[in-house]
Design a protein around this ligand. Structure first.
Ligand code: ADP
Ligand code: MG
Length: 282
């Protein structure tokens, strides 16, 4: 857990407690230190994301969907929610999926995130045929490469905020002390240090969404899949999350977000539009 040594009171908290105004210079220095620390630690994550090894020409596709279809069976009839989806996403892209409610956006994202395997067609992730892999191998690929922000957060109710954030790091080969430093830095970065010992049901919807985003990015995954990641945040927080995504994307992270917001979509470099389960424009 986050002991006082690993997660000390921030300078701002110290000043607040003592009734003093925070000293900006000291604060900036402390921030710089944690950022440097994070850089070193992230650089030492045991399994660097494979997609980052590819650059320039001859890049593999990170994601390739061919003829993906999904339907739900209602008695004798079938309701299609995705139709003949062909989609290619290269490493380093920032794609926004847009479309009306019920168009199939979340369904598509869950297929990309390998949570849903009840569909037809082919899905290649970094040239590995996901449609042919067993659950164990898919789980390994997911844990090593993907951070997912669920539309309804899906934090683990029985774990505290701290433990929820620690989980993705525990899938990587990171030492416990390093994990503690990364979690503490992330809590600080998302301004949720005070919530670290609370359980998800003790948080507001917006706070849960912040934790969900923090959990998706904490292990520096090669691919972030985010389903309306700012839907429950106020505009300032939403902007900060989009700026964070933009920065991560500029550092090489591939991002696919579902959004209804034209402003958020403008942070990306491509829009894929869905309507009634069909890709209508991309
Ligand atoms: P979006 O995210 O674009 O709003 P979804 O991907 O969540 O849409 O849903 C696409 C369609 O699939 C919707 O029409 C929804 O009603 C339908 N759907 C989702 N889950 C089920 C289910 N378990 N059974 C039947 N239909 C479903
Ligand atoms: Mg949805």
């Amino acid at each position: 857990m986050c002991s006082r040594e690993q997660c000390p009171e921030t300078p701002r908290e110290k000043c607040r407690r003592a009734g003093r105004k925070p000293k900006t210079r000291l604060l900036n220095e402390a921030r710089k230190r944690t950022r440097l620390n994070r850089k070193v630690l992230i650089g030492r994550l045991a399994h660097p994301a494979p997609a980052r090894r590819y650059n320039g020409r001859g890049q593999p596709r990170m994601i390739s969907l061919r003829g993906v279809e999904k339907f739900y069976q209602h008695g004798p009839s079938q309701t299609f929610v995705l139709r003949r989806i062909n989609l290619e996403i290269r490493p380093g892209e920032f794609v926004s999926i847009m479309g009306p409610s019920g168009a199939g956006k979340s369904t598509l994202l869950h297929i990309l995130g390998m949570h849903d395997m009840a569909w037809a067609g082919e899905y290649f992730f970094l040239d590995q045929p996901v449609h042919k892999l067993d659950k164990k191998r898919r789980g390994e690929i997911y844990k090593q490469n993907i951070g997912f922000v669920f539309q309804s957060y899906h934090l683990i109710d029985s774990l505290t905020v701290y433990e929820n954030l620690d989980l993705p790091l525990s899938y990587r080969n990171v030492k416990k002390s390093e994990r503690e430093a990364i979690v503490c830095d992330t809590l600080d970065r998302f301004q949720i240090v005070g919530k670290k010992d609370l359980f998800p049901n003790q948080l507001s919807g917006g706070q849960q969404q912040l934790v969900a985003v923090a959990r998706a990015v904490i292990a520096n995954p090669a691919l972030i899949l985010a389903d309306e990641p700012t839907g429950n945040l106020h505009s300032g927080q939403g902007r900060e999350i989009m700026e964070l995504f933009k920065k991560l994307n500029s550092e090489g992270t591939t991002i696919v977000q579902v959004t209804h917001s034209e402003v958020n979509a403008a942070y990306g470099n491509r829009i894929v539009k869905l309507a009634d389960g069909w890709i209508v424009d991309h």
